[in-house]
Ligand binder design. Sequence first.
Ligand code: PMP
Ligand code: GLU
Length: 396
Amino acid sequence: MIPISKMAATVQQSPTLAAGAKARQLRSEGKTVFDFSLGEPDFNTPAHICEAAYKAMLQGLTHYTPAAGVPELRSAVARHYKKIYGMEVNPEQIILSNGAKHSIHNALAATVGPGDEVIIPAPYWVSYSDLVQMTGAGYKLVHTTEASGFKMNPAQLDAAINSRSRLVMLNSPCNPTGCVYTRQELEALADVILDSDLGVISDEIYEQLVFGDAQATCFATLRPELADRTITISGVSKSYAMTGWRMGWALGPMNVIKAMGNIQSQETSNPSSISQYATLAALDGDQTCVETMRQEFEARRELVCRQLNAIPGIRCPVPDGAFYAFFNIEPHLGRTLGGRKIADSASFCAAALEGAHVNFVPGSAFGCEGYVRMSFAASREQLNAGLEKLAAFLQG
Ligand code: PMP
Ligand code: GLU
């Protein structure tokens, strides 16, 4: 037997990917599942993006590229920041990687290690804690509540900082809560950060998926000094329905991006050349597809929140961005449903899957008990039918 390493022993399987795999398995056994677990757009990648990929293949653009990505794509990402946020970026401050998750991994690997601590506001996206632990660093959770819109305030951040703190991870729009920090709220956090030595990883992957009056803010643009302190993460997975292409990026201080490039050049070399040309078409092409999908997510948000809030014992705050409903199930704790005692969010999700064939992710996976995450990246028909099943099941 080959013993596994200490590092590997700290890593759990991603709970979101595991929940998605479970639904796939049940379907392959012929069972009906309303799968609201995985956070991935149900739309196909727009045709013009697929065509660009095919064209790239036919043109022989199928070789290794520079590890950090082809120069024209790094420039296209820089133009994206100029166009949306008016931010001037040198393309050398940008690295393309195998999905935003890989960018986060590289950013952490380049900046923290044993003895360091990373501050993570909770609820947080499932992978942050494991990705931090893989570097040997530790993390400190800052718990937020529904009453504060699941947002960390400056006093909480200030109180979490100690001599080992190196980074804080921000995520707005947020997975799982859908909260979107206002510019003023982020400025208040920026002031605390600039008074300390903290660096920032700002995960802005849902930047183009905001609803109503909510606006996404690029944290690095808030104060001139933040450009040197902030690693911005984003990508095409969510906005352009490109999860399977595995393309994300990081933008940050030159020394960090260079170190991330060295790590990536040893670890994976370049991300897929074909996906890079598809991403180029996504960023430079017609943006109507992004708005069309955003509008559909907004309509689903209304539908899902209305139906969830109509179910006794469920309370669902309205998310301002991303495509998740994060709802409270506390009144159901202590009940017995489908022969199962509901002790926590995990047993609630297990009972809902078994008894109503509806698949969610427990809040505990995001560091927040008493809540459940529902992805509304599914058709309105599926959402309606699944929520009707859930309502009937919870009636007992
Ligand atoms: N950050 C957040 C908050 C996410 O929800 C996801 C979901 N996949 C990622 C990063 C990773 O994105 P990608 O699929 O591009 O790796
Ligand atoms: N980010 C998505 C989610 O939260 C996709 C799965 C994953 O990468 O963890 O469901």
